[in-house]
Design a protein. Structure first.
Length: 419
């Protein structure tokens, strides 16, 4: 059965289009069931994130237009609204696309790991909706295995490629015993949220989150196991922090040289790392004049980010090789299924012929016939029945001059070419 990957992503469509075709999590089960009720669509799964909406289908025919029309009608879109942004990948291209997406090779940030979790969520949703069958189920399981192999065998996710990741990577380089240190995060926007999650995943000992709106700080703190404070309380807690990472929209610096100097005295001059990723700056540049302070700005992190990108790009080339091999493995398995029905029919015919001859032999034995003669006759009759149809077809092929059938027969029945 043909496989199909269909959809839009951050590379093909602007955000206003992506918003119009996104599936809310609660809508996915019903959408899946409606999708597989369409003609020719046997199985389906939907991956819907802020950066992509994709449908993966197992089809009874190559009628991709059925999927396109369903998608358009479901979202109440005109053809001109969506057609320019769509991509459609059939069969091995569909498999390759899903493997690349799950491995982070098609993401906005090369190598990001979140997409694999989102694909697992899509698999669970389709499984619970009852829209997965043997083909897509096997494809998703294969995808999870390949994505794990890419993570294990390459450095696709090891290097910093975002400001938040770079800030945490820098912190880990300076403080090796990470679980024994405290980080103070100033702000509660997206960058600080990402930083907090990276710190949590890296095993930071303790986190304090300071924000102008303390309720926002509390919300983030609850999610990452941190302690929330208001901005005016920073000076009371600054001496506790080994690492300070700041990203606010404040027009003037939040941390001055004097407050940092006081914190250092209270710390008995234990080193502090300060990372200012705000524009305009949150930390006065003069802080860098203090001993026992390492101050980095967003510009300082760019070198780390660029090096990380180069590392991930090299890893991506290795990942593409893994994916090419695994696409081939999956397609070989899929093509092997084409033989299943034929093998089953052949086995059923052979078993029926065997049962027929066995019943005849049992009747003859019950009538007192010589067992040796009965067994010999059964073997001869069964042999003749098994080779009758192939013999007829080979003679017909010879009559028609289709010599390729002879080669196929020799391969099929493992016949010695010298005979």
């Amino acid at each position: 059965m043909p496989l199909l990957a269909f959809g839009i992503n951050h590379k093909t469509a602007p955000v206003d289009i992506r918003e119009r075709v996104a599936f809310a999590p609660g809508d996915v089960p019903d959408a899946l069931r409606r999708l597989v009720s369409c003609p020719h669509i046997e199985e389906a799964a939907i991956v819907s994130t802020c950066n992509r909406t994709e449908l993966y289908c197992d089809m009874a025919s190559n009628d991709a237009q059925t999927v396109v029309e369903w998608f358009r009608e479901y979202h109440k879109l005109d053809e001109r609204d969506i057609e320019p942004y769509l991509y459609i990948y059939p069969n091995d291209d569909a498999v390759r696309h899903l493997l690349r997406v799950a491995s982070g090779l098609d993401s906005l940030v090369l190598g990001e790991p979140q997409i694999l979790g989102q694909i697992k969520d899509a698999y669970i949703a389709a499984s619970q909706a009852g829209t997965l069958g043997g083909h897509l189920d096997r494809l998703f399981q294969h995808t999870f295995s390949v994505a794990k192999q890419v993570r294990t065998d390459t450095a696709i996710g090891a290097s910093a490629v975002s400001v938040a990741f770079a800030a945490v990577s820098l912190s880990k380089q300076i403080f090796s015993d990470f679980e024994e240190h405290t980080a103070l995060l100033i702000g509660a926007g997206e960058t600080i949220e990402l930083t907090a999650r990276h710190l949590q995943q890296s095993g930071i000992g303790r986190m304090i989150i300071a924000n102008r709106t303390v309720e926002n700080a509390h919300t983030l703190a609850q999610e990452v196991g941190a302690y929330a404070i208001a901005l005016p309380e920073i000076t009371d807690h600054l001496a506790e922090a080994d690492i300070v990472i700041s990203s606010t929209a404040a027009p003037l610096p939040i941390l001055g040289k004097g407050s940092v100097e006081s914190a250092l005295k209270a710390r008995k001059h234990k080193p502090m790392l300060l990372v200012d990723i705000a524009v305009p700056r949150d930390i006065e540049p003069e802080v860098s004049d203090l001993d026992d302070v390492y101050l980095y700005t967003v510009d300082d992190l760019q070198g780390i980010i660029q090096e990380g990108l180069r590392s991930r790009q090299e890893a991506a080339l290795q990942a593409e090789e893994i994916i090419d091999t695994q696409v081939s493995h999956f397609m070989h398995w899929l093509r092997s299924l084409d033989a299943v029905d034929t093998i089953r029919a052949l086995r059923e015919r052979a078993c029926a012929q065997k049962d027929e001859e066995l019943a005849r032999a049992q009747r003859l034995l019950a009538a007192g016939k010589d067992p040796a003669q009965v067994m010999n006759e059964m073997a001869v009759r069964l042999t003749n029945k098994l080779i009758h149809a192939p013999s007829v077809q080979l003679k017909r092929a010879g009559y028609d001059g289709r010599t390729e059938v002879f080669d196929a027969a020799r391969e099929l029945f493992d016949l010695d070419d010298t005979l």
